[in-house]
Design a protein around this ligand. Structure first.
Ligand code: ZN
Length: 252
């Protein structure tokens, strides 16, 4: 089923939980800063890179959910598709925020001066002057998570009250949200997977990410090019996506 082709929604919607995570502390920023940054190549000359741990056995197979994720992303009967997407985005955001909260003391301006997501890839942010700038990963992630939290709290964007409709712009908004959440996952895998391992949280984190990927593909929220990157600046998790697809965890 195509999310964007589906405009029908039931008249009555179940209420999502009104209790939401507290807003991360951060300076506010204007909508001009919200435009998704584009990846840049930092250096083409890199020595052969050892295989990241997240691609290595047994960590690549570690998961709480066994088998294919297709069944858990399917739209339940009688549930409105917009509501289903909104609810899942709220859950992905909340869970990812909690994981990031645990590793946040390792993700510092010194340790992560850029929003890296692969050996030759770091994402840039578009600033007030519409210039691509590198931000330290903790700053970038704080901007992203604050922006999403504010959207989730905005009744006009993510309506929770019965009788309030989702706006026309909802599909495009959630695609932007999804793209930025993917970048946060990509940074954690690339720069902080050893900390996830140290906490023995890799089955949880892998399951969350596989669920996120599967849901994003099912409802056309996720572009494959964003998952894989380019040949000169691949996203580290692009290989993870391929590995899971080959293992039958994800669909093609
Ligand atoms: Zn970091």
């Amino acid at each position: 089923m195509s999310f964007f082709n589906s405009i029908s929604r039931s008249m009555t919607r179940a209420q999502r939980g009104s209790k939401r995570a507290t807003t991360p502390t951060s300076a506010t920023f204007s909508p001009a800063e919200m435009l998704p940054p584009s990846p840049v190549v930092s250096s083409p000359k890199t020595p052969p890179i050892p295989k990241p741990l997240y691609l290595s056995s047994p960590f690549v197979e570690a998961a709480l959910v066994k088998g294919n994720f297709k069944t858990i992303v399917m739209l339940p009967k009688y549930v409105d598709i917009m509501e289903w997407v909104a609810m899942n985005i709220f859950d992905f955001y909340t869970n990812l925020n909690e994981f990031y909260g645990v590793i946040t003391e390792c993700c510092t301006q010194q340790a992560c001066p850029m929003m890296s997501a692969g050996p030759t890839l770091s994402y840039t942010w578009i600033n007030h002057d519409r210039k691509n700038v590198h931000l330290p990963a903790p700053t970038y992630i704080d901007y992203v998570m604050t922006w999403i939290q504010n959207l989730l709290n905005d009744e006009a964007t993510f309506p929770t009250k019965s009788g309030h409709d989702f706006p026309q712009s909802f599909p495009s908004t959630v695609k932007h949200v999804y793209r930025q959440l993917l970048r946060v996952f990509a940074h954690i895998y690339h720069a902080h997977f050893h900390q996830i391992l140290h906490l023995r949280s890799e089955p949880h984190f892998n399951s969350l990410f596989a669920h996120f990927l599967s849901f994003g593909r099912e409802y056309e929220l996720l572009e494959i090019k964003d998952v894989k990157g380019t040949s000169s600046s691949p996203v580290g998790v692009g290989q993870l996506w391929e590995a899971w697809r080959d293992m039958g965890i994800l669909e093609g």
